[in-house]
Design a protein around this ligand. Structure first.
Ligand SMILES: Cc1ncc(COP(=O)(O)O)c(C=O)c1O
Length: 431
């Protein structure tokens, strides 16, 4: 080409969660039945959509206005409804104009980073959720800038690490956190959130808090939403119906913006996000219309409570099956629906892998693992040997070797069987 047309951040666009899928299909063709433990889609894993939510959506399908464009920022009534809800929590107050809808948070994240000035960096957690870390890395053209989540402390953020990185790197313009976290399942107490906001305030930064899983906090665990702790610091909370209705296929998420009136630069940045959305016209209408109807339904609080308890029980089940295996650390999540296992022993980075019963699969897996990170070797071997498709932790911007599975399989027998098979496989691999 006359000109290099490849973006400077192109090499940073990695989504390990889906990259393994291609290999899984390949091994499936060679005879391995795949157990999908890589993607956070409750519906794909058999969770039935609640009948009453389906009824609400059906009622919208028969209304003509569901087929129209809506406002660029999102349906006005839905935004007014959501703003009231945020204000009811106490803390920072917002209006409908502080809410901006996207086609899922994937779209929100991409828009956020595309329109952020190139030199402005966002400091995010490690392990990181790939959509956010890749977007930040791609936007800046450098590796994602991270702070440590400490596995020795239930994956809580290392506040000193945040403080030092903010202090000594003046390109940092914002601090990102995910609460509850993907992939670790950590939930942050209010005091931790306040500490992070305090650092942001002291250094004139904004806080970006991904609250995708805010309604999947396990019984007995306490946290706060960004609105409750942000005070007068600029902040953005990201919300979605993907995991919570759950309706990931709706591609519907939104941004709640705090204190755009308090900082001129922050307000101009937020305006640029709305301007970008205007160029796309709007996000999908129908799922937005469903939000007030579902959230205000008397069955919703019970629905959320039941699901949080269900994932908490499944976390207990997985931890009880895996926790006494030597060589790994399993920390019980406090929210969301993932299970992260860390190897606390050195994994081989070369040499033969344990036997796989199907020679064609064994051959293909040996080729793949010839030159990959040690935890990726384990994950691809696990896929070949058992069909269990997980994601290597090294795909989440961390040097800690491990993998992420989910708590999503809705068939109790199948789920237990998967964790039992996983336990045997880990022992075999580490022996
Ligand atoms: C932390 C986090 N943020 C954002 C997303 C993207 O969600 P959406 O379906 O709204 O694009 C996910 C999806 O897994 C997630 O785990």
């Amino acid at each position: 080409m006359r000109r290099d047309i490849v973006h400077i951040g192109a090499g940073q666009l990695r989504y390990e969660i889906r990259e393994i899928v291609q290999t899984a299909h390949e091994l499936n063709k060679l005879g391995r039945v795949i157990i999908w433990e890589n993607i956070g889609d409750p519906v794909q894993k058999g969770e039935p959509m609640a009948g009453w939510i389906k009824d609400i959506i059906s009622s919208l399908v028969s209304k003509d206005f569901s087929y129209a464009y809506t406002a660029s920022a999102g349906d006005p009534e839905t935004r007014a409804f959501l703003a009231k809800g945020v204000n009811a929590r106490g803390g920072a107050q917002i209006g409908p104009d502080d809410i901006l809808f996207f086609n899922g948070l994937g779209d929100a994240v991409s828009t956020l980073f595309t329109h952020l000035r190139r030199e402005a960096r966002i400091l995010g957690p490690s392990p990181a959720y790939s959509t956010l870390s890749s977007a930040e890395a791609s936007h800046s053209g450098y590796e994602h800038l991270t702070y440590r989540l400490d596995p020795e402390k239930q994956w809580q953020p290392d506040i000193d690490d945040i403080r030092m990185k903010v202090k000594y790197n003046d390109s940092v313009a914002g601090i990102l956190l995910i609460n509850p976290d993907n992939p670790t399942g950590a939930v942050y107490p209010r005091s931790t959130l306040e500490e992070i906001v305090k650092i942001a305030r002291e250094h004139d930064l904004f806080v970006l808090c991904d609250e995708t899983y805010s309604n999947i906090v396990y019984p007995g665990i306490k946290t706060a939403s960004l609105s409750e702790v942000i005070g007068d610091t600029p902040g953005i909370a990201l919300r979605s119906i993907s995991k919570e209705f759950p309706w990931p296929g709706a591609r519907c998420g939104w941004m709640e913006v705090f204190n755009q009136d308090k900082d001129d630069v922050f307000r101009r940045y937020i305006t640029s996000l709305l301007d970008a959305k205007r160029l796309e016209v709007c996000s999908t209408t129908l799922p937005q219309m469903a939000i007030p109807l579902v959230f205000s339904d008397s069955r919703y609080p019970g629905h959320i409570k039941r699901r949080a308890k269900m994932f908490s029980d499944r976390a207990d089940e997985a931890v009880s099956i895996l926790s006494d295996i030597p060589g790994i650390t399993v920390i019980k999540p406090s929210g969301a629906f993932y299970l992260t296992v860390v190897f606390n022993t050195e994994l081989p980075s070369s040499g033969p892998i344990p036997a796989i019963d199907n020679p064609a699969i064994a051959g293909r897996v040996s080729e793949i693992v010839a030159d990959v990170a040690p935890d990726k070797r384990f994950v691809y071997w696990l896929l070949g040997a058992t069909g269990i498709c997980t994601v290597p932790l090294s795909g989440f911007c961390t040097k800690l070797p491990g993998f992420r599975a989910t708590l999503l399989e809705n068939n109790n027998k199948k789920r237990r069987q998967t964790y039992n098979t996983l336990a045997v496989a880990i022992r075999t691999y580490l022996n």
